[in-house]
Write a protein that binds this ligand. Sequence first.
Ligand code: CP
Length: 347
Amino acid sequence: MAFGEMATIPRAGPAFDVAHVMSRPMPGVTPRPEWTRRHLLGLEELSPTEILCLLDRAEEFKRLADAGATKLDLLAGTVVANLFFEPSTRTRTSFGLAAKRLSADTVDFSSSGSSVSKGETFLDTARTIEAMGVSHVVVRHNVPGAPHLLAKRLRASVLNAGDGTHEHPTQGLLDIFTIRQHKGRIEGLTVTLVGDILHSRVARSNIWGLTKLGARVIVCGPATLIPPKIERLGVSVSTNLDEVLGVSDCVNLLRVQFERQRGAFFPSIREYAHLFGMNRERLKKAKADLLVLAPGPINRGVELTAEVADGGQSVILDQVTNGLLIRMACLSLLHETRQRETERMTI
Ligand code: CP
């Protein structure tokens, strides 16, 4: 897809560029001056401290929600726009709800039914939405780097909700949060990412996040779906799930991304499920406390059987619940950066 030039479109005015609510302490939410980023584009560029900052903020939101405080006014007076140029159930709904829980107004944009079908470019579309007073833009796009382009060209904070095969940082964070919730730590664990590593942005975000926090990561799948030289990212490679199950503390079962594949990468879905699908027999070969994750959308009978998806070791719905907390954490920390910038400008 071509990104159009925007030289003739004026920048949004300053009224939309400032954080409207000055920062003030909120009981149960620790200020994080160590977080200085305006955008969340990937986990590759984050330090371990920054990742922990996000996880710990999500933990605080969990404690507040458990105590009954489901609505917070941290983003009151701001507008969060969801710009989805690819389908989504979890990410889109959860970003929308996260914004509402933080008292932001929300705008929901889908490319289907929009003026994109009349030829409007990605950038024109994004800047048109931004000009309505948007402070945070959540974007999903099939082109790697699309959120990075918006971060350069918009005044709003940009959150990557998945860019092609590149990264899906909030999915990586919620996976890591869920593992930490159940295992009590990340350091020293062995996490095996199973399936279509080649086309998976979730795999990349998991690899960056988990290795930075001291986990051992194994990528496992058909040889055709493992990128060459992926060991350079600090992971081990296996093409035999049965060989690595016994050493794994967690498996994250990635969806086979048929929509991104050009050509056949394995003979049949039936064979894929036979070799890489998680089922009752495989669970018996694994550690008794193996944690089963799947970012979804899940395909029962392909990456895992229904029995495993709904079984006691599956934390798939916990991942969804935690996704809300993680997205609240991301929105609130980016907003704090904007508030600090505004306060510095007004002193
Ligand atoms: N895991 C994930 O990104 O799911 P959605 O495509 O439903 O958002």
